[in-house]
Design a protein around this ligand. Sequence first.
Ligand code: ACO
Length: 373
Amino acid sequence: MSDPKKTGGLAGIVAGETTIATVGKEGVGLTYRGYTIEDLAAQATFEEVAYMLIYGELPTQSQLDSYRHTLKCLRGLPAPLKTVLEQLPRDAHPMDVLRTGCSALGTLERETKSHDQLAIANRLLALFPGMLLYWYHFTHSGKRIETAIDAPSIAAHFLQMLHGKPAPELHVRAMDVSLILYAEHEFNASTFTCRTIASTMADFYSAVTGGIGALQGPLHGGANEAAMELIEQFQTPEEAEKALMQMLHEKKLVMGFGHRVYKKADPRSDVIKVWSKKLSEAASDKVIYPVSERLEAVMRREKGMFPNLDFYSASAYRFLGIPTPMFTPLFVIARITGWSAHIFEQRAHNRLIRPTADYVGHATRPFVPIGKR
Ligand code: ACO
């Protein structure tokens, strides 16, 4: 029998080729189509990155202007989708809402030759924020919000629909950077799920719906919510350190730390940490950021572990006034770009994804009829 510690979870297994991203080459580093995440986060907008992931190259200014316009025109929710969203309970998890909304849209705007994979990728990118916030406002205050509003970017659109007014520039840029960081990450669990579903020649919506399901778990996208739940338990760094030491003593998992591929650092964490700090200062926060820094320091000291993207994203989102259950849905809003690129790539060079297993069960044995067992 193979050693599950070594082979479990397909760790270290090369499961295919991609031209979309590199993750953790020599333990660190992340690139999207050859551009480093540091350059993209400092100099690009999320729409440029989305365009590059979906179409393969960075847009020119006129391509970007036209792409922004296209996305703006795709923000309106079809009436039957609004009806579906209105039926979902107030206490549903927003990830379940997006999963259901995506699946429902697949019955309303089916994939066809004239409504092809590119059109669907752009539609989902433009529509996910409205899908989430239409359901949220309707179920929390009975308000049917207009989602086809004239906000300049996806980040601004999300924040404006959430808060009912345009967000400050600092908040919009922080959100924009966060979407860039979450956009793509090679063969992670949700992307691999999308590719596996796409490899059966299922439709685009089925692949994305499956991806949303895989992203929800706390070992993957759900970690940003779990990290916030941890951070906000504490009023002081000292309290946080004491509780964390106890958690480590009990060998508990600390959400927002560690990574399957990165061994020294998650390069996205350094970027989002800077934004979390800026937002903390702007909010005159004296608790959340200092508590987060202490948790990071203790994890480094005690376990030699580093924060992943989810850890400081949690506090950044808190400073943007985003409810915790919307943290993982924001990951969806960004990652639809990477998922789409991978579905295109899988389809372009498709072979059914169907691995084999080491059988470790009973040897072949005679069947015993029910009355004789
Ligand atoms: N807290 C405490 N201990 C940890 C953590 C953690 N966050 N992560 C790993 N460890 C420990 C494990 O318990 C294990 O210890 P052991 O050897 O004594 O059994 C050792 O480190 C190795 O961990 P594995 O579970 O084998 O690492 P794996 O590669 O399977 O898991 C994972 C990676 C799932 C990300 C893990 O680090 C984890 O559960 N982290 C918390 C969840 C999280 O933050 N997920 C977000 C991932 S990034 C993203 O989606 C943006």
